[in-house]
Design a protein around this ligand. Structure first.
Ligand code: MSP
Length: 658
């Protein structure tokens, strides 16, 4: 039977000296998605690559005394090595310096020119050399580049232009007709309000001031400038514009372009307009993820705050890093990277929850049955809840994966892992082992544990591809057992399962010692999650000095100081060791935030996820039970209980509330 296709792409990376963990974030996410779809039986095409042209590269190569090609070859080899280390399962790797790409780009450029969508004119504007971007006077921020804040220079040159302005209405109509084309939804609003509504200008698509690029074949003093070259990779990699476009016919349109939030604009405005001009179908979805930030700022080489992915992988293993990246940060939002958060996740989720479950179960099977379970069984009503959770988990994971909510998907698997650990405490195998008459019950308990471990091991495969086979091996299972469908079935292990105790999957880490060593090794102080704590004294002083009228009436100006916004709850989990607090990750249309709310007595996390709430957005961050809360959500007090104010689901995240 012919399989459905699934085509997923990452951006193509600039070959800067070294990629950092922020770059790896996008590729790991795309890899998890590609692996998930393959396991579900799709014919997957997963593309990544490098974006190698431009003035910056030309200058760097010059400074090093090598040709641009020599310069990029070296770095690209390192990038490929990094993806091997990260277990990235890309099917293709495109380099914009590949011959077939360059030829196809020339064809695309010529076609657009012949159709009248590209025309020759003059460009005059402010140019930022490091960003390779022209800016208009009004786009500048304090006279500097609005992206990087560096100096810009006045520049004028003959250039070709793409008629982007012509496509404004068609783009907005396309977004309307294809809900879900841009995700998260807040990014669609951003595109319309910040870029399309103010007016799209035609786009400069050629340069004459440098030569490291694809030459315009009918006017070779021009090279194709950045975006037409880079964006076309998604189709040229499939053979578009070549003699053999069978892959293009098979896989295009792509199912997902996964990109960082700062390049959503190029992928949802420029790229669709180019495709419309070429008369080609548009990708089905562009998903703009958030950034890994350190201390509130984007991790980037120019800021010197980058974390080296190789150091982390060598120290903790690739799967721990992959897990951390996709579990810690709700996909779509920015997430603060801290060494502390990383080590906590490894200790709590991987060493304690998962690692312990596997080693305890193997240990007990060894101790009580010499490693092989007897065939006798004795069921108990207690087992039913565990079994039904185990069987539900796959569906729940699928629901979140299909929405690219990796963190929630992992949370579902960890719910099963935690419930299984709790089952050990409830059934007390050590007590059963003391009673000869309870042997069948004991074997049943261990079998149920093994089944839950088997199911969890299959489900973690897209995220932790080298850990799952190791776990399955402890149950005597191999590659043929690693199928997604088998995670939805109970009782696949043989009754007389033999356990094979393996290595300790995730050794526990001594936090204090580790953080010191890690900071010494990387030279980067990531700090802890806490950025600000409200000191009780300061809070009191604030109360005393706030000027309100004696009768408690405030002016409209006072009220206007409170910024209220609509926010969508992306994920929610209890705060450890607290009966009252829930930790919520919110899409607030501004990059996301975390809020801790004292509503755990009245709401379960499941009741909160997906809802839209009102958040006080300019509240000073505070720490509750050691967890940072950046704002508060509004709730009505009714007697002793709280009723959260839920907004209509149609209210987009980020909408101002007045
Ligand atoms: N070459 C362009 C993309 C062209 S796609 C047709 C580019 N390259 S890049 O190397 O600068 O960035 C590649 C990706 O890495 C982008 O999606 C960007 O958002 C992502 N990241 C770079 N730093 C990041 C973080 N600190 N955190 C998360 N992602 C980050 O843009």
């Amino acid at each position: 039977m012919k399989k459905d296709t699934f085509y997923i792409t990452t951006p193509i990376y600039y070959p800067s000296d070294k990629l950092h963990i922020g770059h790896a974030y996008c590729t790991v996410a795309a890899d998890a998605m590609a692996r998930y779809k393959r396991m579900q039986g799709y014919d997957v095409m997963f593309l990544t690559g490098t974006d190698e042209h431009g003035q910056k590269i030309e200058q760097k190569a010059q400074a090093k005394g090598v040709t641009p090609k020599q310069y990029v070859d070296d770095i690209v080899a390192g990038i490929k090595e990094l993806w091997r280390l990260f277990n990235i399962s890309n099917d293709r790797f495109i380099r914009t310096t590949d011959d077939y790409h360059e030829q196809a780009v020339q064809k695309i450029f010529r076609t657009l020119y012949e159709k009248g969508d590209i025309y020759k004119s003059h460009y005059e504007g402010w140019y930022c050399t490091p960003c390779e971007s022209f800016w208009t006077e009004t786009q500048l921020k304090d006279g500097k580049c609005p992206d990087c804040g560096r100096e810009v220079v006045r520049s004028e040159e003959e250039a070709y232009f793409f008629r982007l302005s012509k496509y404004a209405d068609r783009l907005v109509q396309y977004y309307k007709d294809h809900p879900g084309f841009i995700e998260p939804k807040s990014r669609e609003n951003e595109m319309i309000n910040n870029f399309i509504k103010p007016g799209l200008e035609d786009l400069c698509v050629s340069r004459t001031s440098f030569s490291w690029g694809v030459p315009v074949d009918f006017d070779p003093k021009h090279v194709v400038y950045v975006w037409i070259d880079a964006l076309s990779n998604y189709i040229t990699a499939m053979g578009y514009g070549s003699d053999d476009d069978s892959l293009y016919q098979k896989y295009w349109p792509a199912n997902i372009h996964l990109v960082g939030k700062e390049i959503v604009r190029f992928h949802t405005i420029i790229w669709p307009a180019i495709l419309m001009a070429l008369g080609l179908p548009l990708p089905k979805k562009v998903f703009g993820h958030g950034w890994l930030v350190i201390g509130g700022g984007k991790m980037s080489k120019s800021k010197g705050n980058v974390v080296d992915p190789v150091v982390l992988c060598n120290r903790y293993g690739v799967d721990a890093i992959r897990y951390f990246l996709l579990r810690e940060i709700p996909f779509g939002m920015d997430g603060n990277f801290t060494n502390e958060a990383l080590v906590s996740r490894i200790n709590a989720d991987l060493a304690n929850d998962l690692g312990n479950l596997v080693s305890r179960t193997c240990g007990m099977a060894d101790r009580y049955f010499g490693g092989t379970l007897p065939a006798d069984r004795e069921e108990d009503a207690l087992d039913d809840e565990l079994k039904s959770l185990a069987l539900e988990t796959r569906k729940n994971v699928e629901n979140f994966m299909d929405q690219m909510q990796f963190s929630n998907a992992l949370n579902e698997i960890w719910k099963l892992i935690s419930r299984t650990n709790k089952y050990i405490d409830e059934t007390m195998p050590w007590a059963l082992a003391k009673d000869e008459a309870k042997k069948a019950r004991l074997a049943t308990v261990l079998y149920n544990l093994a089944e839950c471990i088997r199911i969890a091991a299959i489900l973690i495969t897209p995220f932790m591809p080298s850990t799952s086979p190791k776990i399955l091996a402890t149950l005597g299972l191999g590659e043929k057992d690693l199928c997604w469908d088998k995670a939805g079935q109970w009782g696949l292990l043989p009754a007389q399962t033999t356990f094979h105790k393996g290595e300790n999957l995730f050794p526990r880490i001594d936090m204090a010692k580790e953080i010191a060593e890690l900071e010494a090794l990387t030279g980067v102080h990531t700090g802890s999650d806490a950025k600000a704590e409200v000191a009780p004294k300061a809070e009191k002083k604030q109360k005393e000095t706030s000027k309100t009228a004696p009768d408690g009436i405030i002016s409209i100006d006072d009220f206007a100081k409170v910024q209220l916004r609509a926010a969508k709850i992306i994920s929610c989990e209890p705060v450890p060791k607290s009966d009252k607090l829930l930790k919520l990750q919110l899409d607030d249309g501004m990059g996301g935030r975390q809020v801790v709310s004292g509503i755990a007595q009245w709401y379960t996390p499941d009741q909160m996820v997906g809802k839209t709430v009102a958040v006080v957005a300019n509240l000073k961050p505070a720490k509750l039970r050691g967890v940072v809360s950046e704002g508060m959500i509004l709730a009505a007090t009714v007697g002793d209980s709280a009723h959260v104010l839920f907004l209509d689901d149609d209210v987009p995240a980020g909408s101002e509330i007045r």
